[in-house]
Design a protein around this ligand. Sequence first.
Ligand code: FAD
Length: 442
Amino acid sequence: MLAPLTKRVLLQQYLYTCRYGFTYSTESCGTFDLVIVGGGIVGCATAREMLIRHPNLKMAIVEKENDLAKHQTSHNSGVVHAGIYYKPGSMKAKLCVEGLKLSYEYFCKHDIPHNKVGKLIVAQNKDQVKKLDDLYDRGVKNNVPDLQIVEKDTISKYEAKCQGEKALWSPWTGIVDWALVCKHFAEEFQKMGGKIYLNYEVTGFSEMAESKDKAELSPILVQSKDRCMPTKYVLTCGGLHSDRLAVMTGCDLSPRIVPFRGEYLLLNENKRHLCTTNIYPVPDPRFPFLGVHFTPRMNNDVWLGPNAVLAFAREGYRWRDINIRDCIEMAKFPGLYKLCFRYFIPGCKEIIKSIFYPLAVRDLQKFIPEISVKDVKRGPAGVRAQALDNNGNLVDDFVFDGGKGSIGSRILHCRNAPSPAATSSMAIAKFIADKLETDFKI
Ligand SMILES: Cc1cc2nc3c(=O)[nH]c(=O)nc-3n(C[C@H](O)[C@H](O)[C@H](O)COP(=O)(O)OP(=O)(O)OC[C@H]3O[C@@H](n4cnc5c(N)ncnc54)[C@H](O)[C@@H]3O)c2cc1C
């Protein structure tokens, strides 16, 4: 049944029709207090958190795809990270450790299949052993629970066929299907009265000039090609498109999102028994990526990867996925040239290994020598939304923005929610909800 059209909605319809020449449908949308753009795990977790805190808020999530969690949230390693790597005291460290705790509680409460398979970070030489010891100290400072140093002879107790000089064992690291978790968040959000609109690609935001000062109205219009949604406030969590959404309200172009594809190899079924826990290398501190690792999946597959190669499309899951607009934007972005110049050699190595994957297998054999080229095949890929500033620096922290003029005081763009944002999602949601409450006085 159609909800009765209140005076308020009629007025908004009228103003909108005057300005844009076509009406919006109150049947399919309505007016809202808060609209969240982006149905990935950050958007859905925050939507859920906001309705738990404010059950009377009228809220909607709008998502451009025909389902939620179609991008980073469903194209990742599926690891529940324990928070070892991140600088002590940083938001990333704090949110990851808190996110892990909240996630496990949530999985248990909602019967979400998961597995605490643990994780070994394995050093292969003296230099890496030193870095591994530093990682242990970091982990302890970050309050990562039950971290243990594993000496060379005992590595096989944790993973029978794994080799290395020394390792770090993290028993709380686990695996889960993050897309499933995201959909649970969304389901709860809907049960609390939240609305979800799929196939709703936001193309712009505008302000109803006539109602600017009338706080009781919903002065922001969240526009798509054929629909429009009036709301008081907006939060965008657009992942790979977060910078574009920000630019729509007059924000600076920087930081730009540059897509980095992470490709996985799949271990053949007859060799899956070789990998029962997550096996990670000691990460190269120059990069935000954790390095090619072995990850058992909830469906019993074993994924090996991901690498990191520049993608020619923001949603470019294969080499042949090329998007002209994305390529032109990248070609015009000085930050990308600076990054490519700085990491020219490692970048080329990644591309060569991506094309000739047997070379990547050599890296994996350092950890499990029993794996040979014939035991693996090409697998799926994900694309990371890597935020980059004009100087080619990888942005590793949260970036929030509003925009110019009065519209900027009603919109919050989450331009960068750094990985592991899936693990941290419930903690990030609390952090963003606090910010929404403060900024918008909700
Ligand atoms: C290869 C890879 C491996 C990873 N491994 C892990 C891991 O093991 N553990 C972990 O914790 N994290 C991991 N991550 C990180 C994690 O997956 C992401 O940080 C997290 O999923 C980000 O969620 P999000 O909601 O910000 O983005 P997304 O999931 O990308 O969601 C953004 C959504 O916004 C929508 N959108 C964009 N523009 C518009 C628009 N104009 N209108 C409407 N909707 C729009 C998109 O369609 C999308 O659904 C990994 C990431 C990658 C890429």
